[in-house]
Write a protein that binds this ligand. Structure first.
Ligand code: 13P
Length: 250
């Protein structure tokens, strides 16, 4: 049976103590979980959550990282610092980073190559705005984000990458893409990956859906052939809303 990849992006929420307590609650509740699970606390809470997750199957993720290894980059966090804390996964190119902090495809690409070089597995986020979708530009926007985001990545490394399709209009709005709509975009993502890396890589790549994923829509979304997991924001902040997503039954 297919293993799904369920990830929680905590965004800018929770103090160190709140994060540690919550991570402990989750690792207890999710101990029977058969899926791959990742949680991404704020940078400030990574060390405390890493401590709590020792011996747990839950992977520790970061929400972003710098595109340079080190140097004069005030306010940035380096891949070396994340590695030092035991971070295994990094979310890159989230639409909030692209839109509020003006991250370009080129910046996202530099981060992706750096994460791979240091053994941290990236989740590359792609997704269109409502305006782009309505203008018929969905495929060109998502296609460009993918091709640019993966530029220069060797074929041997594509298996380490997860793609998250997060339509911007569905994030934090309560509006979810219908399972059919999401599946169609995931199929398109697979097609682009096939063009770049071949059919075997395209079939194997994990493509998460993100955007108002909840316990009551997760079953219908995961039932679609091209949806391999979820990147969850709001519903990942409480055990009673995240555990049913991670523990869902097809
Ligand atoms: P919501 O689940 O709150 O819509 O957020 C999705 C998201 O942005 C995850 O990265």
């Amino acid at each position: 049976m297919k293993q799904f990849y369920m990830a929680g992006n905590w965004k800018m929420h929770k103090t160190v103590a709140e994060s540690a307590t919550f991570a402990k609650e989750l690792s207890d509740k999710l101990s029977p979980c058969k899926e791959k699970v990742m949680i991404a606390p704020a940078f400030t809470a990574l060390a405390a959550v890493a401590e709590v997750l020792k011996g747990s199957k839950i992977l520790l993720g970061a929400q972003n990282m710098a595109g340079e290894e080190q140097g004069a980059h005030t306010g940035e966090v380096s891949v070396l610092m994340l590695k030092d804390l035991g971070v295994k996964v990094v979310i890159l190119g989230h639409s909030e980073r692209r839109h509020s902090y003006l991250e370009t495809d080129k910046m996202v690409n530099a981060k992706l190559l750096l994460s791979i070089r240091h053994g941290i597995d990236p989740i590359l986020c792609v997704g269109e705005t409502l305006e782009e979708r309505e203008a018929g530009r969905l495929e060109s926007v998502v296609g460009t984000q993918l091709r640019s985001g993966l530029a220069g990545l060797a074929a041997a490394e594509i298996a380490k990458v997860t793609i998250a399709y997060e339509p911007v209009w569905a994030i934090g709005t309560g509006k979810t893409a219908t399972p059919e709509d999401a599946d169609a975009v995931h199929a398109y993502i697979r097609k682009v990956v096939a063009e770049l890396y071949g059919e075997v890589a395209a079939k194997a790549i994990c493509i998460q859906y993100g955007g108002s994923v909840k316990a009551d829509n997760v079953v219908a979304l995961m039932a679609k052939p091209n949806i391999d997991g979820a990147l969850v924001g709001g519903a990942s902040l409480k055990a009673e809303t995240f555990a049913p997503i991670a523990l869902f039954r097809p």
